[in-house]
Design a protein around this ligand. Structure first.
Ligand code: AMP
Length: 225
């Protein structure tokens, strides 16, 4: 039996987090919890909150820590996440969120944080080419489009370029990443919960590296936990 996991996945926008998280969630049979996807879901409802969220997302800024962690806390309390764990994608984004996440999980904790490392020049190229299904969030690119006329292979939804993948918003998001998310590496490193993984190469190769990093960590827990 594959044991579950409580895994946080970090990496710049365009580092391949979304793609790897979907695969990791199948591999470890745990839910893929993406704050970006949850927020895009809120926007689609057309509610007043959704309209406010849309504005912030389009600007490339971050939503407030309290709102995000309330949403994440509710999701982590659901039976699937409580039973086997989760792959957390897009959260924490700030030190405050990391602290709030640790507090939410008491008496447990996350097992590991994986940082998918890709050079910024490569990330910029990937983001400019990225396309996404508006319905299920599956990622494509101009060099690997869906089979039929920008219609999602998985659900038949429309495949488009995200509003926040504009050049201006990308620049803003990468800058914010450096400023707010990079300190998280230090936070998790100090707690012995950080593994850095080379994110260059084919998705299957990167997935194998991540699984190896997790299993390597598990074998050490076997001895120490
Ligand atoms: P993503 O799909 O993870 O790139 O997220 C898209 C946008 O949603 C971000 O640029 C932020 O505006 C917002 N967002 C997603 N996750 C968070 C978070 N943990 N904290 C604050 N804002 C977030």
């Amino acid at each position: 039996m594959v044991p579950g996991i409580k895994l946080v996945v970090l990496g710049k926008q365009g580092a391949g987090k979304g793609t790897q998280c979907v695969r990791l969630s199948h591999h470890y049979v745990v839910p893929h919890i993406s704050t970006g996807d949850m927020l895009r879901g809120a926007v689609k409802t057309g509610s007043e909150l959704g309209a406010r969220v849309k504005k912030v997302m389009e600007s490339g800024e971050l939503l407030g820590d309290e709102l995000i962690m309330e949403m994440v806390g509710e999701r982590l309390a659901e039976p699937d996440a409580r039973a086997r764990g989760f792959i957390l994608d897009g959260c924490p984004r700030t030190l405050k969120q990391a602290e709030m996440l640790a507090a939410l999980l008491v008496p447990g904790d996350i097992d590991l944080t994986v940082d998918i490392e890709v050079p910024t020049s490569q990330v910029l190229r990937r983001l400019a080419a990225r396309r996404v299904c508006v319905d299920c969030g599956t990622n494509y690119s101009v060099s690997a489009p869906p089979r039929v006329n920008w219609t999602c292979d998985i659900c038949g939804g429309e495949v488009i370029q995200r509003d926040d993948d504009s050049e201006e918003a990308i620049g803003r998001r990468l800058e914010l990443y450096e400023r707010q998310t990079a300190p998280l590496m230090e936070f998790y490193d100090k707690r012995g919960q950080l593994a850095k993984v080379d994110g260059r190469g084919a998705p299957d190769t990167v997935l194998r590296r991540i699984i190896r990093a997790v299993e390597d960590r598990r074998s050490r827990w076997g001895a120490g936990r």
